[in-house]
Write a new protein. Structure first.
Length: 168
């Protein structure tokens, strides 16, 4: 049997650490957790992450830096909005609003996370850009397991449990 490598329609399980290239700060890591499993080629991951591990075998480790266009995209100034502070009235009964606070807005298309970037008595400035938008990101990735996706996973477009069966 040919040795499996990372390819479209496979379930890849990886350990990874993501750092910011300018200062080495770790923004995300699977260390101390289960490896991350995903269906390759179905937009579960940022584009550059998949491209850079294509063809890797189990046990192989790769390190790469992605520019923002291959990661979380550029910042969009239109995704920064001023919201009347009175809309936060209910929340402010339980919590104190602060710059840098991350909240989730319930939008018609689903929950949308945002960060408060400034506050006045009348308005809350909400930045809906991904916190890592506009940033280059460095990843160190080790492939720990590979298998063919099940029919069910392919039709759902995401990875299931270890045997490919439904667990959600
Ligand atoms: Zn599913």
């Amino acid at each position: 049997m040919a040795e499996l490598t990372v390819n479209e329609n496979m379930i890849a399980s990886v350990h990874y650490t993501g750092t910011l290239p300018e200062n080495g700060e770790v923004f995300d890591s699977s260390e101390g957790r289960d490896p991350l499993s995903f269906l390759v080629g179905h937009k579960q991951m940022i584009p550059g992450f998949e491209e850079e591990i294509m063809g890797a075998k189990v046990g192989e480790r790769r390190e790469f830096t992605l520019t923002s266009d291959r990661a979380y995209g550029d910042r969009d100034n239109e995704a920064v909005m001023e919201i009347p502070r009175e809309q936060f009235k209910q929340l402010e009964e339980e919590a104190t609003l602060e710059v840098g606070m991350q909240l989730v807005a319930q939008m018609p298309h689903g929950p949308s996370p945002f960060t408060i970037t400034s506050l006045t008595d009348e308005t809350v400035t909400a930045d809906f850009n991904h916190a890592l938008a506009g940033q280059s990101l460095t990843f160190s990735v080790e492939v720990v397991e590979l298998r063919e996706a099940s029919e069910e996973e392919l039709s759902h477009g995401h990875a299931h449990g270890p045997d490919g069966h439904h667990d959600h």
